[in-house]
Design a protein around this ligand. Structure first.
Ligand code: ADP
Ligand code: MG
Length: 330
């Protein structure tokens, strides 16, 4: 490739909203055969909103029944008239349980920059007003957050975070979570004082251009792979929506780079498209790193190419541009 041709190609890229770091980048762009796509903020808009709040049934202390050995907790499901009466839900109590869930979770999430956290904090402030102060806040990357709010030890995050504290959601919460995830949504658990209290469901939207971008990348002969820290069911739903077969989900932030290395070990030449701080190491490891221009500085710095418009179709444009540039001058 002559320097002039490369310069022309790079200039043409800039016109298309594709900022190329150096002339050598066009060569690696030409040879990629696999494109790893981060989910949140890359395939989806990354602007999450709270779409559902599920309050857990208060835990009852099971009391042995002297008559038939069944627990009182089981009997209270409605076999006995008087027990059933105690189960009747008072709307006020229900709405205050919801408000408490939002208040404590929202206060904690207010201290986090995660898109899920911002959606939760915003909705909580809208619904319940000013949020309480947080003490000893901790962010657990890829899992969630913990801290003290109003004297309660609160956790908000994925199942793995709660499992670290030996907490498991009850069947009702697990069902609600599975249902939300099957719709491509992300459900995070809320616990305090040693009990799982509920579920917050957030949703994000696939960018309108993502499906077309995946179709273009596929027709250029690339294999798309969806990579995310999110749960497998939500990842699968999003992948189906945009036409991606291979999904690698529930990957902790520091393991994204290992996924790229594994694909390279399979003999693939890997492009990675991402936007987050979490993606930076994987973007640097990839044979070609492409950052969304709408993403974080860390992702942009670690990449070879910046897609200024944050439109995934620009990734396909970049491949076509490099093939055209290098193809004509060989
Ligand atoms: P992604 O790859 O989608 O950017 P992350 O690696 O940041 O995801 O997070 C993975 C998962 O960890 C999230 O889907 C969520 O379940 C949980 N999580 C991370 N941070 C938070 C938070 N601040 N609040 C609630 N859940 C969180
Ligand atoms: Mg992302």
């Amino acid at each position: 490739a002559t320097p002039t041709a490369l310069l022309v190609g790079t200039g043409r890229g800039a016109q298309l909203g594709i900022l190329i770091k150096g002339p050598e980048v066009l060569e690696s762009t030409r040879t990629v055969d696999t494109v790893v796509l981060d989910k949140t903020g890359t395939v989806t808009t990354g602007r999450m909103s709270l779409v559902d709040v599920v309050v857990a049934e208060p835990a009852r202390t099971p009391v042995a029944d002297p008559n038939n050995g069944e627990s009182a907790a089981f009997r209270s499901e409605g076999r006995d008239g008087s027990e059933k009466h105690a189960e009747v839900r008072i709307p006020d109590a229900e709405s205050s349980a919801r408000a408490q869930l939002l208040r404590l979770a929202g206060a904690l999430e207010h201290a986090s920059e995660h898109p899920i956290a911002q959606a939760v904090a915003r909705a909580a402030a809208d619904e319940t007003g000013a949020l309480p102060e947080v003490e000893s806040f901790q962010n657990v990357p890829g899992k969630g957050v913990s801290g003290i709010v109003d004297g309660h030890a609160v956790l908000v995050g994925r199942e793995a975070l709660l499992a670290d504290w030996a907490l498991t959601p009850d069947a009702g919460i697990q069902d609600a979570k599975a249902h939300a995830e099957a719709l491509g949504r992300t459900a995070v658990l809320v616990a305090w004082d040693g009990e799982v209290r509920g579920l917050l469901v957030v949703a994000d939207q696939v960018k309108p251009t993502s499906a077309e971008a995946v179709a273009q990348l596929t027709s250029l002969g690339l294999t798309p792979v969806l990579l995310t820290g999110d749960n497998a069911a939500a990842a699968r739903a999003i992948a189906d929506e945009v036409g991606i077969e291979r999904v690698i989900a529930e990957v902790l932030p520091h393991d994204k780079v290992a996924v790229v290395k594994d694909l390279q070990a399979e003999g693939r030449v890997v492009a990675m498209v991402g936007d987050g701080v979490n993606d930076a190491a994987a973007l640097a490891q990839a044979d070609l790193g492409l950052a969304m221009g709408t993403g974080t500085d860390a992702a942009i710095e670690a990449s070879d190419i910046t897609l200024v418009r944050g439109d995934l179709r620009s990734a396909a444009d970049a491949i076509r541009l490099s093939r055209a540039t290098l193809g004509t001058i060989r």
